[in-house]
Design a protein around this ligand. Sequence first.
Ligand SMILES: Cc1cc2nc3c(=O)[nH]c(=O)nc-3n(C[C@H](O)[C@H](O)[C@H](O)COP(=O)(O)OP(=O)(O)OC[C@H]3O[C@@H](n4cnc5c(N)ncnc54)[C@H](O)[C@@H]3O)c2cc1C
Length: 445
Amino acid sequence: MSNLFHKSMYARKDVPSYWEETVQPRSDLGKPLEGDAACDVAIIGGGYTGLSAAMNLAKDSNMKVAVLESGPMGWGASGRNGGFNCLPATKMSTKQMIKKYGEDETKKFWARQLDGVAYTAELEASEGIDYDRQGDGNLEVAHRPQEFDGLHDYAATLKKFGIDSKVMTKQEFAEVGYDSEEQFGALHMKAGFALNPLKFALGLAQAAEKYGATLYPYSHVDNWTKEGATHVLRTAKGALRAKKVLIATNGFYQDGLQKTMDKRILPVISNIITTRPLTDDELAAHNWQVEEPICNTRNLLFYFRKLKDNRLMLGARGDWTGRPDDAERMKQWMAERVYEVFPHWRGVEISHYWRGFVCMSMKLAPSMGYDRDDPSIYYSYGYHANGVNTAPWAGKMMAEIIAGKTTADEAIPVVMRGHTPRFPFASLRVWYLRAAAAWYKWNDD
Ligand SMILES: Cc1cc2nc3c(=O)[nH]c(=O)nc-3n(C[C@H](O)[C@H](O)[C@H](O)COP(=O)(O)OP(=O)(O)OC[C@H]3O[C@@H](n4cnc5c(N)ncnc54)[C@H](O)[C@@H]3O)c2cc1C
């Protein structure tokens, strides 16, 4: 299997995230695969997509299901993201989407995105997952004065797709939200909220196990063959035979495992830092009052929120190599950004730094479906940094398709249906990204 980034990005070592400190060690969630085993549906990847698919299949079908995960359950992006339950999972503008897919399909895409937000919310109660819900809605903040008018345009777009929102001027938001060097008005979208992503992932894993799915953590699939109609997935210590396989590896997929997936994804590093808990006086200095997750209007956006214990969490794009020395540089750069944007917090200690892959693609939207050459292979990936709402919903849809309760044509809007095209000159993927980032940076400054 080949890596697009430094090998340390794929080493299934402990993730030094803040979230890891908020949960119990997960040694009770499954055991590594050893020896031979068999199931009806094997799922590769123990994040929201894989765990939701496993949970729904185990709960609502008579199929025997198993999840193979390289690290502990929730090791990938699902256990270390920013916890924004937000939308939409696309890098296409609405105009572009309508031009390519038409008005009806664009509406269906947005409707399913809202279903995703609602499904993530529903799981808290239906599966008793205590994921530290925070805030009501999502905020978008203009990072410079000329972005403010765009918030009104965005409000009009949201209205078209059935989402209420409210635009506030800099002064209005300074009174009810926060004030800072990069706050020039805000839009409050009445959809979504924030959550603890690792608690959510582990809650899904526990629910999947409760309904009868078998979890195999520390079971990296490094070889995939077929014997007749049976798929054979091999790990270091065992082999799992399955009638059907769901690929749920998102940005952590490594080319070479399965040809239907090769050359299709562009993993992009996203970084997160958290400060130490801020005091009441420090929060008051920026008049901070909001619990909602916040994105700003930069193309290379900053996303941030106040955590339950009053830390600031800030996320931003990463470097292009994944090397450990570049990580150190990113951490310093992000700390500087916190101090610039929130000058009253200059010098506040950064308590945690971590990173992971989000998954982009040529299609600029998620890809869900099954392999046309081998319909026993299913996939769902490419959430464009919006997996908290999309991946659990996608896992549920894939479970229904795999169980034969619905079809891909019925369940998946055209925008998300089928594979994204392969990248031409795929080994240059990261260079395409560099070029795009340089363009965006030029536009942001
Ligand atoms: C830093 C960061 C911040 C983010 N913030 C947000 C946010 O605030 N809101 C939001 O909506 N989205 C966010 N995202 C994106 C979101 O986390 C993902 O879209 C979502 O978690 C994808 O879920 P998944 O289950 O498809 O993939 P993942 O959770 O990445 O799971 C894939 C799993 O597949 C496993 N795997 C890969 N290859 C193999 C193999 N050969 N054998 C066995 N296992 C394998 C990996 O180990 C991994 O655990 C963020 C992502 C990152 C990295």
